[in-house]
Design a protein around this ligand. Structure first.
Ligand code: SAM
Length: 244
């Protein structure tokens, strides 16, 4: 059917491309891609050859109206270089405009480094905040960390090897020395998750910036003091008012 298909692609292991994603990529009329060389490699892997249109931060404004128009009669797939489009990658405005134009919007879910990292870290997963890439400049990064320091959730962020140690130090300074995990090269040959306190991890990586792709996961702020009896009574009373 004509419309927009958001297609998640592997973050390392090509075996993670779902059959449904391969099917859409084989049949799409056009694929909007971040980097046509990267997606050409994926298409080769599944024996597909489809027209591609570059769609990235630098040309999106110009290219988007044409893609939206094509969705009226064609199946337009959107992929990023790796993982789930729209997650620290372009695409949300394409979805927004496709919806506004009344087109079909379908997602083909799959790999996402942030979620995969949570499954490796061994930290609470019931509430998490994904913060994408923290700013690389020290001052802006400190401000961004201060802004989220009070949030009672596990934090998930993308980071690069060369900046990792500085980032971990800034996190330790701004959040306190929480438990954390540095996950790396997920679904690839050298996949690993190294856990420890933020300061310990910072020390470990200070002189040896790791290679490859990295997701940092940080534990929520320390267990709150047990709720007082009064809080408990109030919560109970409030809950009782909701009973049918
Ligand atoms: N849309 C992607 C997703 O769904 O995960 C993320 C795109 S973002 C531009 C790229 C960042 O994701 C990398 O810098 C790295 O932090 C993280 N990443 C991607 N693949 C990874 C992998 N295999 N292992 C660890 N982190 C990865």
């Amino acid at each position: 059917d004509p419309g927009l298909y958001i297609v998640a692609t592997p973050i390392g292991n090509l075996g993670d491309l779902s059959p449904r994603a391969a099917d859409i990529l084989t049949r799409a009329d056009v694929i909007a891609v971040e980097d046509s060389r990267v997606t050409a490699g994926l298409l080769r892997h599944i024996g597909a050859k489809r027209p591609m249109v570059p769609y990235h931060d630098h040309n999106a404004e110009g290219v988007r109206p044409g893609l939206i128009a094509r969705m009226a009669t064609e199946a337009v797939a959107l992929v990023s270089d790796a993982g789930t489009p729209l997650i620290s990658d372009p695409g949300y405005k394409l979805v927004r405009d496709a919806r506004a134009a009344g087109h079909l919007v379908v997602t083909i879910p799959g790999p996402c480094a942030a979620v995969a990292a949570l499954t490796l870290a061994g930290l609470p997963t019931d509430r998490f905040l994904f913060v994408g890439f923290l700013p690389s400049k020290e001052k802006a990064r400190g401000e961004a960390i201060a802004e989220i320091a009070g949030i009672r959730a596990t934090l998930v962020m993308y980071e690069s090897g060369p900046r990792l140690a500085a980032c971990l130090n800034a996190l330790a300074a701004g959040l306190g020395d929480r438990e954390a995990a540095v996950t790396r090269e997920i679904s690839k040959k050298f996949e690993e998750a190294v856990t420890g306190s933020l300061s310990m991890l910072a020390a470990r990586y200070a002189d040896a910036p790791p290679r490859g792709e990295i997701v940092v996961v940080v534990a929520p702020p320390g267990e709150a003091a047990p709720a007082s009896a009064a809080d408990g009574d109030a919560a109970l009373a409030e809950a009782l008012t909701r009973l049918p």
